[in-house]
Design a protein around this ligand. Structure first.
Ligand code: F6P
Length: 337
């Protein structure tokens, strides 16, 4: 089952897990559209032929959803799943998925696969989809530098990440952005303005600012664009880049524009890094199924895929520590952060 927001690499998890399980003579049933597929009994037997080339595609063959709550419907969930008569459930999901399963994890045989482009899932040092999202950001910033310099403009590029700044930080560093604004480090408007004016005084023609959607100035609230009623995380952040862009133009003589990368960060084919991570995780998942190692997750720690208690994925989000080494590197490179 794939649950929550999609991430490049989900199809890689499906292809590697199913191929490895079938080589161990297991039959594999896919559950469509996350939790909705369990309540709606939308199941499909997965065959080798369904998988050809799947690893190279963004999205998820099974579909997903991040709007279906389990709370209050646990008995229906368990009943529908029992009708499937499967040994256990392999779930690729994020914090919303695993927190929804928390109450059921002692009644279900589950193996968890951490998934989110945000890279903020507890229990693992990296999640697949993150590298691919950072590639979208860095390629976009590199491309936008041409038009920014053509017009002597500042361009604010808004990234995803919710309350975490990993995507803005990773993509901003990889493209040597002039400034990187992340939720974990609320910035001083005066210091940021001085930085922008100094770049102008130095005669820099274009200014590229990478801002996480959850970024904010000190003492100010996150910019919320809208709410999704029954989503585990109701608020959808948005609007920060446009507001900052208009503020820059009002406070300085820089013309300023903004670009919101949005779901493009979830749409690129997975990078080789993400392909290798999902291939390795899928093979390990199959080993865990064959050993009956339920109630655990595959995680990435100390440079390799390992097993960890499923509950490790249910801890609070793993945010960028204000003095993280990546933050220190940005400062050393003269990037405003
Ligand atoms: O959690 C992944 C994520 O892409 C966040 O970075 C983003 O804020 C959110 O999902 C968008 O959710 P949706 O696709 O439901 O609008």
């Amino acid at each position: 089952m794939t649950g929550g927001g999609d991430a490049p690499g989900l199809n890689g998890i499906i292809e590697s897990t199913v191929r490895a399980l079938k080589s161990l003579n297991f039959a594999v049933v896919g559950i469509r559209d996350g939790f909705e597929g369990i309540f709606g009994k939308q199941f499909v037997e997965l065959q080798h032929c369904d998988l050809t080339g799947l690893h190279a595609k963004a999205g998820t063959l099974l579909g997903t959803s991040n709007r279906t709550a389990v709370q209050g419907r646990e008995s229906v969930f368990l009943d529908h799943l029992s009708q499937l008569n499967v040994e256990g459930l392999v779930v690729a999901g994020g914090d919303g998925t695993f927190s929804a399963l928390r109450r059921l994890s002692d009644q279900l045989k589950i193996i968890g696969v951490p998934k989110t482009i945000d890279n903020d899932l507890a229990g693992t040092e990296i999640t697949f989809g993150f590298d691919t999202a950072c590639e979208v950001v860095s390629d976009s910033v590199d491309a936008l530098r041409a038009t920014a310099e053509a017009h002597r403009r500042a361009i604010v590029v808004e990234t995803m990440g919710r309350t975490a700044g990993w995507i803005a930080l990773g993509g901003g560093l990889a493209s040597y952005a002039d400034a990187i604004l992340i939720p974990e480090r609320p910035f001083q408007r005066s210091a940021f303005l001085n930085f922008v004016l100094e770049k102008q005084r130095q005669g820099q023609r274009g200014l590229l600012i990478v801002a996480a959607e959850g970024a904010r100035a000190e003492g100010e609230d996150v910019s919320v664009a809208f709410e999704v009623a029954d989503s585990p995380q109701k608020e959808r952040f948005g609007g920060f880049a446009e507001k900052l862009s208009r503020w820059i133009e009002a406070q300085t003589s820089w013309e300023s524009r903004h670009v919101v990368l949005g779901h493009l960060q979830r749409s690129n084919p997975p990078t080789t890094t993400d392909r290798f991570l999902t291939l390795t995780m899928g093979v390990e998942v199959a080993n865990m199924v064959s050993e009956g190692a339920w109630g655990q997750a595959v995680v990435y720690r100390q440079g390799r895929v390992q097993r960890a208690p499923l509950s490790d994925l249910m801890a609070p989000a793993r945010l960028v520590s204000p003095d993280h080494r990546w933050v220190q590197m940005a400062a050393r490179l003269g990037i405003f952060i």
